[in-house]
Write a protein that binds this ligand. Structure first.
Ligand code: PLP
Length: 376
């Protein structure tokens, strides 16, 4: 074994993907209700997406951010407009952790402060700075990551204000909907309070939409359900439908200076073309309203056999708390029913993060399989 074995692997080798399906080396087809950690937004190998990538590969795959890149400019224009963040500006990176690193750095440059407020259950990435804001001591190294982070309970507006009053806070960072924790939706009122408090104490509000963004919840970003605007929004995962791409949307009050942020790969020609293709399909196929409708259908389906307080989430970001460990059920879903689902830090929660063009019959197929497993 010449690979550093940090991943727990299922004995399945995937060779092909098409829409909401993946196919293994033996030709077995699986329904993919997880999208490889919420990455597949518009479906595996969507023809518009693959055609755009092929075309771009034939022209120019990469050049660094030392020359004008009109594809990146077009993406900046379209992403800000189509996400409802018209006044923000885009900085491109290549992953979710890198997006949050840059968001936190920018907030620290802006305020001159170092301390960060985050919330129980958070997952913002594993790189050395941002890992300190992730609620998982098992992945925290001894060096570099001892950021002064305050971790408060979700929805604790009072505690947040107490800390903001110290005037030492560089940023408040929160996920639009917590994914890794097991689908935890912050109260709309809490998000609105955060917006008000961050305005009063002049502290940047960073909303991490790496998992919950790009249409997954039926809004472009999950937090838009509460009507708030963030100072910085971080994105990745569904943004590239499998192409590694990330970005932050930045309020104009943050003033850029040359060399302040930078990356070699972020915003390259192929990455921008991939993201533009995702935006095209989200619009052409009305995937936001589809995600909303199918999310309601999914919650309705789950409520046939689970109490409503065990069904969490919005749109196609759903957590089903089965009230028992789900590890074996997930295995049987894969190997008996040929359906991929996701797990979470909460061992009782199945995470559903399907491609946004999943259909009702596909979700029904999952509910039949799950009900069978729960009753056997
Ligand atoms: N933020 C959130 C909300 C995530 O769910 C993840 C990954 O699961 C990250 C950040 C980190 O993204 P990446 O693995 O691309 O660095």
């Amino acid at each position: 074994m010449s690979l550093f074995p940090v991943y727990t692997l299922y004995p399945v080798e995937l060779k092909q993907g098409n829409g909401c399906y993946v196919v293994d080396a033996n030709g077995q087809k699986y329904l993919d209700l997880y999208g490889g950690h919420a990455v597949i937004s518009i479906g595996h190998s969507h023809p518009h997406f693959t055609a755009a990538l092929k075309d771009q590969i034939d022209h120019l795959i990469f050049y660094s951010n030392s020359v004008e890149n009109h594809i990146q400019e077009e993406l900046g224009r379209r992403l800000t407009q189509e996400s409802g963040y018209d006044d923000h500006q885009l900085f491109m990176v290549s992953s979710g952790a890198e997006a949050n690193e840059n968001a936190l750095k920018l907030a620290s440059f802006h305020t001159g402060n170092a301390e960060i407020i985050t919330y129980t259950g958070s997952f913002h990435g594993r790189t050395t700075g941002v890992v300190a804001t992730t609620d998982n001591p098992n992945i925290l190294p001894k060096y570099g990551s001892q950021l002064p982070v305050h971790r408060l309970s979700m929805n604790d507006a009072e505690g947040t204000e107490k800390l903001l009053k110290t005037r030492k806070i560089a940023a408040v960072i929160i996920e639009g909907i917590q994914g890794v924790a097991g689908i935890v939706v912050p109260d709309d009122d809490f998000l609105r309070s955060l917006r008000t408090l961050c305005n009063i104490y002049n502290t940047p509000l960073i909303i991490d939409e790496v998992q919950s963004g790009f249409g997954r919840t039926g809004d472009f970003f999950a937090h838009q359900h509460s009507g708030v605007q963030a100072d910085i929004v971080s994105c990745a995962k569904g943004m590239g439908n499998g192409f590694p791409v990330g970005g932050i949307l930045i309020h104009p009050k943050f003033k850029a200076r040359k060399g302040m942020l930078g990356t070699t790969f972020g915003g390259n020609h192929l990455a921008c073309r991939a993201t533009l293709a995702v935006l095209d399909v989200l619009k052409q196929e009305n995937l936001l309203s589809h995600a909303k409708e199918l999310g309601e259908f999914c919650i309705q389906g789950a409520s046939q056999f689970l109490p409503t307080n065990q069904i969490k989430g919005r749109g196609l970001m759903i957590g089903l708390d089965l009230g028992q460990p789900i590890a074996d059920i997930r295995k049987r879903l894969i190997f008996t029913h040929h359906i991929f689902t996701g797990s979470a830090k909460n061992p009782n929660v199945i995470r559903l993060l399907p491609p946004l063009n999943v259909t009702k019959p596909q979700l029904e197929q999952f509910f039949v399989a799950l009900e069978h497993e729960l009753n056997s």
